[in-house]
Design a protein. Structure first.
Length: 311
């Protein structure tokens, strides 16, 4: 018994040391598409992003590139079939991106045999080409225009308080410095939010406006990437319920699209216009020919009448 009393404190001390050394699990509130979360000694929850195996800091927003890659990994795992080879993905579509180790998009993205260049928001800014395509740089998206609308309300929206509440809401939920919300315009029921952030303005601690826009888009579409509750923006004590969103990207350099590949709708319009022009020319030519024949016949008839009078 005496031996047990002496050994017991040592056993408790050893258990405490083992518990302290064993990594404690945590939850990534800013990214639900993560695994293997551990609480670091600094108090930061660090997790592995699904699909890329890159560690993310859960006190910050995860980059859009890693989020898209995680979502694609989930779609593949769920058994959804891949799209046909010739299926076209527009700028707002999701694809399986290639990310740098720091989470940003690689300038060139490929899907099978086709490649294209993207901006820092991952949006395509060139025509799709073959695998020989070279993208010299990752062009920065410095201006993002978010167009959204709210559902029916019992009270009118105050534009001044709307801008104030949006700025504070984006700061609290997405960690966006309010200085990067350049303008909020309201035209019932439409809301336009301008996010502007030049490379010279953004510090290493600042969240990227492209990531903020992606998180907001997911919130509006009821597919939130966070585990800390829903987006909550109020105006005069009544919540603003967003029911749709469209995002436009403006890069520091203009996109490099051409007219090489027109959509079927544009081609159809061009064909209709050309046919109409050709038809108009044909009608004009026929009309002029008929008019000429009529004028010649009329002149001939007048000459005959003149000879009869002179006889």
């Amino acid at each position: 018994m005496e031996l047990l009393r002496r050994v017991a404190p040592l056993l408790l001390l050893a258990a405490a040391v083992c518990w302290a050394q064993d990594p404690q699990t945590c939850r990534c509130d800013t990214n639900k598409r993560t695994i293997d979360c551990t609480l670091q000694s600094s108090g930061v929850c660090s997790c592995t992003s699904i699909g890329s195996q890159i560690a993310v800091n859960c006190k910050k927003l995860t980059s859009k590139c890693l989020l898209m890659k995680a979502e694609m990994a989930g779609l593949k795992k769920s058994g959804r079939r891949e799209k046909p080879k010739h299926a076209y993905v527009d700028n707002d579509g999701i694809y399986d991106p290639e990310c740098e180790n720091n989470g940003i998009f690689k300038a060139r993205q490929c899907n099978g045999t086709s490649c294209w260049c993207v901006n820092t928001a991952g949006a395509r800014r060139t025509e799709k080409s073959d695998t020989q395509l070279q993208c010299s740089e990752l062009v920065r998206t410095s201006w993002i225009i978010i167009e959204t609308k709210h559902s029916e309300r019992n009270t009118a929206v105050n534009p001044t308080s709307l801008e104030r509440n949006l700025k504070s809401g984006f700061r609290d939920r997405y960690h966006l410095n309010p200085q990067y919300i350049n303008e909020v315009r309201y035209e019932n029921p439409y809301i336009t939010i301008d996010l502007r952030q030049n490379a010279s303005q953004k510090s290493s601690e600042d969240v990227d406006i492209a990531d903020v826009a992606y998180y907001f888009e997911k919130d509006v579409k009821n597919d939130s990437l966070m585990l800390i509750g829903a987006l909550n923006i109020n105006d005069d004590q009544e919540p603003i319920n967003f029911d749709q969103v469209v995002i436009y990207y403006v890069d520091e350099k203009p996109p490099e699209f051409s007219m090489k590949r027109l959509t079927a709708g544009v081609i159809a319009i061009i064909v209709v216009v050309v046919v109409a022009i050709v038809a108009g020319i044909v009608v004009l030519v026929i009309t002029r020919k008929k008019k000429g024949k009529y004028e010649k016949a009329e002149a001939k008839e007048m000459n005959e009448m003149q000879r009869q009078l002179n006889a």
